[in-house]
Ligand binder design. Structure first.
Ligand code: UDP
Length: 348
């Protein structure tokens, strides 16, 4: 796979949680990367760590893709880099915040995507892998859900993902040189097995794994489990957790797929394991991996949550030759290694 990989890739949001793992995967596979990031939910130290884990050519542009005043600089830098394509992971991603600040979410997420698309057009590098989300399936599907599932987001964050998928599809329809993969991630967790890069939330974590990890390491007293009365085997919510290194490999496979495509177009592809685990199962697995107590209490359901969602990941296997390989145990062990070795994230 590595030697066939597209060689020069813009990674928008490359200093973030998923972006940093994508960079390591691309550099290790022999590609060069231009990271564009404004560190809005990322830390400069992540770039040092990427360089530590993977030799190879990593360039960096500190810019805000959503700021119209920086657009010309960005387009110039992208053209200069002479990319073959891009992975777009730059955006705001807190569901609750998006409900409170919808206009900001639409402006930032859509603006960043459009500037990147314009830059790729200007550089004549019309290949895009977009970081979408299983959140686009909303609450209207039975699991396992495949890519023909009904879409309909339940909050502004999710709608930005759907809009950008649709924008990318319109662009691909308008010009058959464009090739797009919308990767619909299920629940990315875990960290690079070295423990050097991982998720470092700015604030109180919204997501389950970073919260559990902060409880295990003693930064927070206890976990709240949002509801134990769902119609699932143990009453807690079921999700398809996927190791971030598997996810990063999925991006490399998607870029590879785009370079081998003879015809243009856009395709949606789920990245998940196809297996669901409950909150209680995740807590138990993390407890075993960390050998720490994880106190929890049952709290009311969280607005907008659904009982269960997990992927049908057949299309990724068929089109990309990709399948998730890591287990829930790997996810917990690696997440814990990162958290225990970096209790305050990158700040220390
Ligand atoms: N969850 C929880 N406590 C938390 C965070 C999440 O019980 O502090 C549950 C949530 O209700 C869902 C699962 O853990 O069933 C995964 O939530 P997360 O926010 O990580 O991802 P989502 O699937 O909601 O995007």
């Amino acid at each position: 796979m590595a030697n066939k990989m597209t060689k020069r890739i813009v990674v928008a949001g490359g200093a973030g949680y998923i972006g940093s793992h994508v960079c390591v995967e691309l550099l290790t596979g022999g590609a060069s990367a231009l990271v564009i990031d404004n560190f809005s939910n990322a830390h400069p130290e992540a770039l040092n760590r990427i360089r530590e884990l993977a030799s190879g050519d990593l360039e960096f542009l500190e810019c805000d893709l959503a700021d119209p005043a920086q657009k010309d600089t960005i387009i110039g830098a992208v053209k200069n880099f002479r990319p073959d394509g891009a992975v777009h992971l730059a955006g705001l991603k807190a569901v609750g915040e998006s409900v409170e600040q919808p206009a900001r979410y639409y402006r930032v997420n859509l603006g960043a995507a459009l500037t990147l698309i314009e830059a790729l057009e200007a550089a004549d590098a019309k290949k895009l892998v977009f970081s979408s989300s299983a959140t686009v399936y909303g609450d209207r599907n039975q699991s396992p859900v495949d890519e023909s599932g009904l879409t309909g987001a339940t909050n502004p964050y999710g709608r930005t993902k759907l809009f950008i998928e649709d924008i990318a599809k319109d662009i691909a329809r308008s010009d058959d040189e464009w090739r797009v993969v919308n990767l619909r991630y299920f629940n990315p967790v875990g960290a690079h097995p070295s423990g050097r890069i991982g998720e470092d939330p700015n604030d109180i974590p919204n997501n389950l794994f970073p919260f559990i990890a902060q409880v295990a390491v003693g930064r927070r007293d206890k976990l709240q489990i949002f509801g134990d009365d769902y119609s699932t085997p143990d009453g807690t919510g079921v999700r398809d957790y996927i190791h971030v290194v598997d996810l990063a490999r999925g991006h490399a496979a998607a870029l590879n797929y785009l370079t081998t495509q003879k015809t243009g177009g856009a395709v949606d592809i789920n990245l998940g394991t196809g297996k669901g685990f409950s909150v209680l199962e995740a807590v138990a697995a993390f407890k075993r991996a960390s050998n720490r107590d994880i106190p929890y209490e049952i709290a009311p359901r969280r607005d907008g949550d659904i009982a269960e969602i997990y992927a049908n990941a057949d299309r990724a296997e068929k089109l990309l030759g990709w399948r998730a390989e890591k287990t829930l145990e790997n996810m917990c062990a690696d997440h814990w290694r990162w958290q225990s070795q970096n209790p305050d994230g990158y700040k220390a």
